[in-house]
Design a protein around this ligand. Structure first.
Ligand code: PEP
Ligand code: MN
Length: 338
């Protein structure tokens, strides 16, 4: 971190600044100019809040050189992290993960049947929402525990690991017991108590990007989970809010190379929520694989027009199979398998 003080800052104030950083265990290097002083802080600056430093009236500028995250940082963990989801590897050079399934679980028979169809299409994990974060309190809120138990049946029938969204800390025990990959939804990306609770779980976490969050904020949320003790985090880009109306969200594929540069954690793409339109899923999926995604999460429903949520962005199983087949060809081109 580099800090400069205002022209004419009294020596006593300069010394106070040095003392305060040294008291926090940092090494301070001072470049004394005729008008300005510039400090370099060496050491662990993750605990330093640059906005707090700016509150000092003698401070002119503060520049962060090191990222504010450590555990998620590629700098301190050069190799790609490969996350084990109940026997399915995600990240590194592992086959590209394919998560398919309905937005909402609509019953046991539906979950079992659809899981079989997703598996036949090439899915390596099965998703389904049992606790749904809906904009309207009058919309279907999910089958809750019954939905989770339906997913368990789907896993028993297919062997596919199950993925589901955990909305509150009150369900941590249930998810720890039954769910192989615990999703933290976009709306909860900065629910810090939920992130801390996820950090105490032994299950891997699928951390979706918030609707309007920067990549750095997203990595900081992963850092929360990791700092609480759970190193197994997978990023999931699901589109962000922009001015564009032709799509539900705007798919930000730039996160793939950026996250891979900044972090060692895997990143998967959810083209369903990113586009909101089943017609756009194929293009978005092909582009995601070409850009180096470690996985795809796609909503699948046998009768999208009747789905209890997100039918418009759900593929029928045969179309889902066709998309995976095309993606496989792209995966081969970029040196991955699927
Ligand atoms: C979902 O996966 O069904 C979901 C609600 O996703 P998001 O949190 O990205 O909106
Ligand atoms: Mn959905």
């Amino acid at each position: 971190m580099i800090i400069s003080t205002k022209k004419g800052t009294p020596q006593v104030e300069v010394q106070k600044i040095i003392d305060s950083f040294e008291a926090q265990g940092l090494q301070v290097t001072l470049i004394r100019g005729t008008d300005y002083n510039v400090f370099g802080l060496v050491g662990d600056t993750t605990k330093i809040d640059e906005r707090q430093i700016r509150a000092n009236p003698w401070v002119e500028e503060v520049t962060r050189v090191a990222a504010p995250y450590k555990l998620a940082n590629r700098l301190f963990h050069e190799a790609d992290s490969v996350i084990d989801v109940a026997g399915i590897a995600v990240g590194g050079n592992a086959p590209i993960a394919v998560i398919g399934g309905p937005c909402s679980v609509e019953g046991e028979a539906m979950a079992v049947e659809l899981a079989k169809q997703c598996k036949a299409a090439g899915a390596t994990m099965f998703r389904g929402g049992a606790y749904k974060p809906r904009t309207s309190p009058y919309a279907f809120q999910g089958m809750e525990t019954e939905g989770i138990l339906a997913l368990v049946k789907a896993r028993q029938a297919t062997g596919l690991p199950i993925v589901s969204e955990m909305m509150g800390e009150d369900t941590v025990d249930e998810f720890e017991e039954y769910v192989d990959l615990v999703q933290i939804g976009a709306r909860n990306m900065q629910n810090f108590n939920l992130l801390k609770a996820a950090g105490k779980m032994t299950r891997p976490i699928l951390l979706k990007r918030g609707l309007a969050n920067t990549i750095e904020e997203w990595i900081m949320s992963a850092e929360y989970i990791m700092a609480a003790g759970n190193p197994n985090v997978i990023f999931c880009e699901r589109g962000i809010r922009t001015f564009e109306k032709y799509t539900r969200n705007t798919l930000d594929l730039s996160v793939i190379p950026i996250l891979k540069q900044k972090s060692h954690l895997p990143v998967i793409i959810d083209p369903s929520h990113a586009t909101g339109d089943w017609r756009l899923i194929e293009s978005a999926s092909l582009a995601a694989v070409a850009a180096g995604a470690d996985g795809l999460m796609i909503e699948v429903h046998s009768a999208p027009e009747c789905a209890w949520s997100d039918g418009a962005q759900s593929l029928k199983p045969d179309k889902f199979a066709a998309v995976i087949e095309k993606c496989r060809a792209v995966a081969n081109v970029v040196g991955r398998t699927m």
